[in-house]
Structures are given as C-alpha cells and as structure tokens.
Design a binder for this molecule. Sequence first.
Ligand SMILES: *[C@@H]1O[C@H](CO)[C@@H](O)[C@H](O)[C@H]1NC(C)=O
Ligand SMILES: *[C@@H]1O[C@H](CO)[C@@H](O)[C@H](O)[C@H]1NC(C)=O
Length: 300
Amino acid sequence: MPCSGERCRRVWWSAAAAVVAFFFVFVAAAAAAATASMYDDVEVVWGGDHSFFFMDGDGDALALCLDETHGSGFRSRDAYLYARFDVDMMLVANNSAGTVTTLYLMPDDVPWEYHDEVDLEFLGNVTGEPYTLHTNIFANGVGGREQQFRLWFDPTADFHTYSIVWNPKHIIILVDGVPIRDYRNTAARGGPAFPTWQKMRAHGSLWNADDWATQGGRVKTDWSEAPFFAYYRGLRVTPCAPSPGVAWCGDEPPESPWFDQQETDAAALSKARREHLLYDYCEDTKRFKDTGLPVECTIN
Ligand SMILES: *[C@@H]1O[C@H](CO)[C@@H](O)[C@H](O)[C@H]1NC(C)=O
Ligand SMILES: *[C@@H]1O[C@H](CO)[C@@H](O)[C@H](O)[C@H]1NC(C)=O
C-alpha cells in the first residue's frame, strides 16, 4: 500500500493507543510554546508527500513514510558549528527488514574532499529480530570508522532519545543519555582530520537499502507490508555559544568551559560498550591486516 496521511494515522493510532490528545495537522498548528516543534525546526527536503507532521500530546511529531516508490527525509532549518543534538525517535515496527532510518549531521553542499558527516543508521530486521545501530564518522571525505551496536530495548515500541554531542574535542553518541561512542579529535597528535570548521545540520531519513542493510542484504524489504513509518519528535539543539570576546565557536579555545561541560562519563561508556558493542573498526585486524589499524585507534 502506498504512503498516505490516512494510513499514517492508523498505524500511529495502533502503535500509540495510550496517546490521549491526538489530531493530525497538515498545516502549521499553533504549537505549544515551550515545546520543541518539529514543524518549526525542520524542513522536509525530499519525499514531501511521504512525510506527515502531526500533534502528539504537548508537541508535534514528524512521521517519515517509505513505500515502493520512495522514502523521505528532513533537515534542521539551522546549521551549527558545535552543538548537542537530541531527538526522540520511534523506529519502523514489525518487519522492518531492508529499511534504514537515520539521524545524521552533514554540512550543506561542499566538494566531497571537504565532506564531514556523523551518522546513525538504524538497520531494520525481520519481525522479532533486533535492529542494528550502525555509526560512522567522516571528515574531509574520509569515513570507514564504523561501529555498530545492539540496542537494549525495543526501539519500535516507544520513543527513545538519540543524541550527538559535537565539540572540538570529541563526537559523542548517546542513547537515552548513555554514551555508547566517543570519537576523539586526535588531529594534533598525528590522527586524522576532524570536523572543526564548517557548520552542519541535523538530518533524518527513512529509505530502502535492502541491497545491504539487513543480514548483509540477504533479507529484502517486504513491500506487501508497506507503507513503513518512522517517527521523530522534539529535536533539541544546544548550540555552542562563543565566550565573551570570541567571535565564533571555531575560535573557541579547546579549554573553553563550554566544551568541558561535555565530557563523557567514562565508566558508563565502557559499560555500554562492553554490553552493546557489536563491531568496532578499531578491533578489525583482519580488515586492516595489510595497512595496520587506522592511526587514531592506537593514540591514547
Ligand atoms: C505490528 O504487528 C501487530 C500485530 O500483528 C499489529 O497489531 C500492529 O498494528 C503492527 N504495527 C505496525 C506499525 O504495522
Ligand atoms: C537481524 O537479525 C539477525 C538474527 O538475529 C542478526 O544476526 C542481525 O545482526 C540483525 N540485524 C541486521 C541489521 O541484520
């Protein structure tokens, strides 16, 4: 079945029977003042007819839809140099095999050699089998820094908060406030380039990637179960504010108090990694047997 607002409403209704205040808005609603508003804060950049804003309790939410023709995607209206991004997501339920739901940071059009990106990709699965959270980081067009995680809850049953903290020292990825990845800026110690100079926007999307996403591409999207829906709400952005006398955050000194508020809880990080890490490129000695592990893997 193709994507439609009517279909979106029914799926949402069955998924969230507990939601009391509920009505759809396909035009701007007088959104509750204090609540983060997807409608105000993001713009749909592709698949406009496959994305639906609706009211959810106190605030609004955005449903992205995927059917056999295409999916959809949005980006934040503003771009930021260093920020913390938090968003609540509820992923495609039941048979989500072949689908990928994303949250990522990316600058606006730049040549590939300047391309930076911070990626969270939620790889769907057949009913009853777990999602994989695939993460990657690109700087100056170079990625290949994959880490994958198993979530410790059913990400389709309810909203959970996914966060990216980006400052000149690290990129930290958190799930429900628990740090799972801390990618450090090691450029000054011989490590690779790090995203430090261009603004990025937060993006989200839902698309078909059944050539690789689920069980290595063996399991394809079952279009008889389409349309597929993923939900986003409450994008909260805490941007870097330059210190007095500093023109912009690109000049903020690394010892700035703003960045020190964003240290990782090392004990929580190592516990989460012990329990939920599936794959780390820094441990993949087979993949890098000819070249040795990437240099940042061995810098303390
Ligand atoms: C998932 O499957 C259950 C049980 O068949 C059904 O009640 C529910 O509506 C389905 N959810 C979605 C999002 O299709
Ligand atoms: C899907 O489920 C299978 C079986 O549990 C698991 O091996 C795989 O990692 C899961 N995720 C993906 C994206 O294939």
